[in-house]
Write a protein that binds this ligand. Structure first.
Ligand SMILES: [Zn+2]
Ligand SMILES: [Zn+2]
Length: 507
């Protein structure tokens, strides 16, 4: 059983201020991931490589032992180390938080114009969630159907035809529900209106009013019908008078399918409780049915919600919304251990029946994390209409004023947010971006206010070890000298430790 490991330890030296290995999530994964793997292997199964890498990289994320950047003040030469992060999209809260900040900043600064925006959220029946987890390419095709349906609605409502006007949307595909369940659903940030060219060839924006409940219901109905027909044509769905069935070929080799299935249906995926409902805690009285004021329609397991919008001038609200929909799957703040060693996770908001927490056996918790890992190359951010990279209007409409790149026909399917900053932006410097993303001001020295520069990236294990050893000795020495330096100040590194041949320098 896990016990708090850091109890009674002295204050950490400054160069290790952030210690991911001290977090509960880290300790749970470190302790139970090997056991989870062993129990799969006992049944002749292994996790796919992409899921293994997610766990392995998580255990190195943010730890100086596995590499870091050296950051130095150009004036006083004060140095700091910034550890690498895992850059994985499944469940790492630390990289997830950076990705969230970066995605939101990018969308607000470079993509979304100063026009009213509305969030449309579409969630799916269990069977479709399962299908999307296994076949991300189908999810992309379904998203195309959803975009066409909603954009046609907006264009008609604005009084135009599809040849005369265009709208646009950015979709962030969220894979999780608040109980760590796999719940693949679409958050679409739609222009709350359309663009049409005026007599001078300039794009003008025409606002439409918020959807009525009647419009939402009819759209939800249309969507469910169109998606069902699409799946029928693909030979994946069979319908009779009462029911519809998904026809999925499943091989026994597929380790992920049962993990996905159990996660989607809130069931235990491993151990003696296999197949039972995940345990929940109800600590609040149940609420009566919804007030009727919510802008949401439900149809055959689909639910379409369009109640949140931001006016053109509400850029902060828009950025908050962008952050909300790109937030990480796991919140460390809501994670706790019960007295008998189970894992308790608090819901973001209580369910209507008063449920406030879910409780997992540790191995089942690992199974739930595994189910949240997206397949490699599954593209989770999509641009449609005027925001599509191949749109001829994008250059006029988006704040970054970037146009189409004819040499990249696949551009519509590439994930902007997964590219390196160098590849996709020119407006912000790398430092400005780091500042926004890491929420640390590494451009200005915290001691003298001088200009700070990233000088190297240290990745060689031998050099890493050498540097950390050196720093520990220095820190110990400073400790016995009764803090001749301010306690939060790391000792400057000796330049002789770093030769250019040993480090990869940033430009
Ligand atoms: Zn300085
Ligand atoms: Zn990470």
């Amino acid at each position: 059983m896990l016990l708090a490991r850091n109890a009674g330890k002295g204050a950490a030296p400054d160069y290790q201020r952030h210690q991911p290995e001290q977090t509960l999530l880290y300790q749970i994964i470190e302790e139970y991931y090997p056991e989870f793997q062993a129990s799969l292997e006992a049944n002749g199964r292994t996790l796919p490589r992409y899921v293994q890498r997610e766990f392995e990289d998580f255990l190195t994320c943010g730890r100086l032992e596995f590499g870091f950047m050296r950051v130095r003040c150009e004036d006083c030469k004060y140095e700091r180390l910034v550890a690498f992060s895992c850059k994985r999209r499944g469940f790492c809260p630390s990289f997830g938080a950076r990705r969230m900040a970066e995605s939101a900043a990018l969308l607000v600064d470079e993509v979304l114009p100063q026009e009213p925006m509305r969030q449309w959220v579409l969630s799916f029946p269990f069977q479709l969630r399962f299908l999307f987890a296994s076949y991300p390419e189908l999810m992309g095709q379904v998203l195309g159907i959803v975009y066409r349906t909603l954009s046609t609605h907006l264009i008609k409502k604005a009084g135009f035809t599809k040849t005369a006007a265009q709208t646009g949307a950015v979709t962030l595909i969220q894979r999780f529900g608040s109980a760590l369940n796999l719940n693949i659903h679409f958050h679409m940030l739609f222009l709350d209106g359309v663009y049409a060219e005026d007599a001078y060839g300039k794009m003008r924006f025409h606002r439409v009013s918020a959807p009525t409940i009647g419009e939402l219901s009819s759209l939800a109905h249309t969507l469910s019908q169109r998606i069902a027909r699409f799946l029928e044509r693909k030979g994946l769905l069979e319908r009779d008078a009462e029911n519809s069935y998904l026809l999925l070929e499943q091989s026994d080799e597929d380790v992920m399918a049962p993990l996905h299935g159990h996660s989607i249906t809130y069931r235990v995926a491993i151990g003696s409780q296999l197949g039972r409902k995940v345990m929940t805690l109800q600590t609040q009285p149940s609420k009566s049915q919804n007030s009727g004021l919510e802008r949401v329609a439900k149809e055959a397991g689909f639910s379409l919600h369009a109640g949140v919008s931001a006016e053109a001038h509400q850029r902060d609200k828009l950025e908050k919304l962008c952050r909300y929909i790109s937030r990480p799957a796991v919140s460390e703040k809501r994670l706790a251990l019960t007295t008998n060693g189970k894992i308790r996770y608090q819901l973001k908001t209580a369910y209507r029946d008063g449920t406030t927490h879910v409780i997992f056996e540790p191995l089942d918790f690992i199974a739930k994390l595994a189910a949240l890992v997206p397949k490699p190359r599954a593209n989770l951010t999509r641009f449609h209409g005027v925001f599509a990279p191949n749109s001829k209007h994008r250059v006029q409409v988006t704040p970054a004023k970037r146009g189409k790149k004819p040499d990249k026909p696949e551009a519509a399917d590439t994930d902007w947010l997964d590219k390196t900053p160098e590849e996709r932006h020119h407006a912000m410097t790398w430092m400005q971006r780091l500042k926004r993303v890491f929420n640390i001001d590494i451009e200005v020295c915290e001691h003298c206010g001088g200009h700070v520069k990233v000088i190297a990236s240290i990745e060689d294990p031998d050099i890493i070890e050498q540097i950390l050893k050196h720093l520990k000795q220095k820190a110990a020495k400073a400790d016995t000298n009764h803090h001749t330096q301010p306690p939060e100040r790391a000792p400057p590194l000796t330049p002789s430790l770093f030769g250019p041949s040993q480090t990869r320098l940033f430009n």
